[in-house]
Write a protein of this length. Structure first.
Length: 254
C-alpha cells in the first residue's frame, strides 16, 4: 500500500499569520508537520504569498494599474518566498522545488502530462513541490481565489487523496452562527450543495478569496473524487491536529 497523497494549499493569511510579512515560524510549523507525517503521506504544496513576500522588500508605485503592480510584486517576491521555504525546510531535512503553473497549462493535454510527470518524479525522490501561479503572465488568482482553484485543479491532475485548504477560520461556519456573532463550524458535510447555502461573503486581509473560492475549489475536487478539508492554518500543528480530530475544521466528503 503506497503513501496517501495530500495537496496542501496555504493561503497568504496563513503564511503571514495575518501580519505584513511572511512568518518564518509558520514555514517551520508546516515543514515540521510534513516531516512528522512523511512516512505515511506524501505532500504537494500550493502556496500563495509571493506578493506578501515582495512587500517586505519593495514599495512600487502603481498609478492606477493595480493588477500590473501586483504581477510585478509577484515576480519580485516569488524568489524570496522560495528561498524562505527552502531554508526553513532544509533545517528539517526536507527538500523543496519550485513549480509555477498557469491555467492555460491545464487546458493543454501535453502540458498537463508534463506537469504530472515532473511532480511525480519530484515526489518519488522525496522533494516537496511548492506550486504557485505564474503571476507574471497570468492574473486570475491575483484578482480572485488566492490559489484555491489552482490547488483543486492540481489535486485533480495529480490524483491526490485529500485536498487540505489552510485558511484563517476554523473551517466553514454556519450562516446562523455568523449572524449571531458566535461562529460555529460545520464539521462534516456530504456533497457540496448544502455547504453553498452556508457561506458568507467575507474576504481575508492578504488573500483574495473569501469562503466562496474555497467552496469552488471543493467542488472541483469533489468532481475528481477528492475529499476537501478546510482548516485554520493560523494554529500551530494545524495538519496533525486535523488528522487527530482535536481541532474544529470542515470536512467536505465526496
Amino acid at each position: 500500500m503506497g503513501k496517501k497523497r495530500i495537496l496542501l494549499k496555504i493561503g497568504s493569511n496563513t503564511l503571514t499569520k495575518e501580519t505584513n510579512q511572511i512568518s518564518r515560524g509558520k514555514l517551520e510549523d508546516i515543514g515540521r508537520q510534513i516531516s512528522q507525517l512523511k512516512n505515511d503521506y506524501e505532500f504537494v504544496v500550493v502556496s500563495s504569498g509571493a506578493i506578501a513576500a515582495a512587500k517586505q522588500f519593495v514599495k512600487l508605485e502603481h498609478n492606477g494599474k493595480d493588477i500590473l503592480v501586483k504581477q510585478a510584486l509577484a515576480a519580485i517576491g516569488q524568489p524570496h518566498l522560495m528561498r524562505m521555504f527552502q531554508e526553513s525546510f532544509r533545517e528539517l531535512g526536507l527538500s523543496a522545488a519550485q513549480c509555477l503553473l498557469s491555467y492555460s497549462d491545464f487546458e493543454n493535454p501535453k502540458s498537463k502530462a508534463n506537469i504530472k510527470n515532473t511532480i511525480d518524479i519530484l515526489v518519488e525522490n522525496h522533494i516537496i513541490p511548492i506550486i504557485n501561479e505564474n503571476d507574471t503572465v497570468a492574473a486570475d488568482e491575483i484578482q480572485f481565489g488566492d490559489n484555491d482553484k489552482l490547488a483543486a485543479l492540481t489535486a485533480a491532475l495529480l490524483k491526490a487523496d485529500l485536498l487540505i485548504i489552510a485558511t484563517n477560520t476554523n473551517g466553514i461556519y454556519t450562516k446562523q452562527s455568523m449572524e449571531n456573532g458566535k461562529p460555529a463550524t460545520i464539521k462534516e458535510v456530504s456533497g457540496i450543495e448544502g455547504i453553498k447555502k452556508e457561506i458568507g461573503s467575507s474576504k481575508s486581509t492578504h488573500g483574495t478569496g473569501g469562503m466562496a473560492s474555497k467552496v469552488q475549489a471543493a467542488t472541483i475536487a469533489q468532481k475528481a473524487g477528492i475529499e476537501t478539508w478546510i482548516v485554520n492554518g493560523l494554529n500551530d500543528n494545524f495538519i496533525t491536529d486535523a488528522f487527530s480530530g482535536s481541532t474544529n475544521h470542515t470536512k467536505i466528503k465526496i
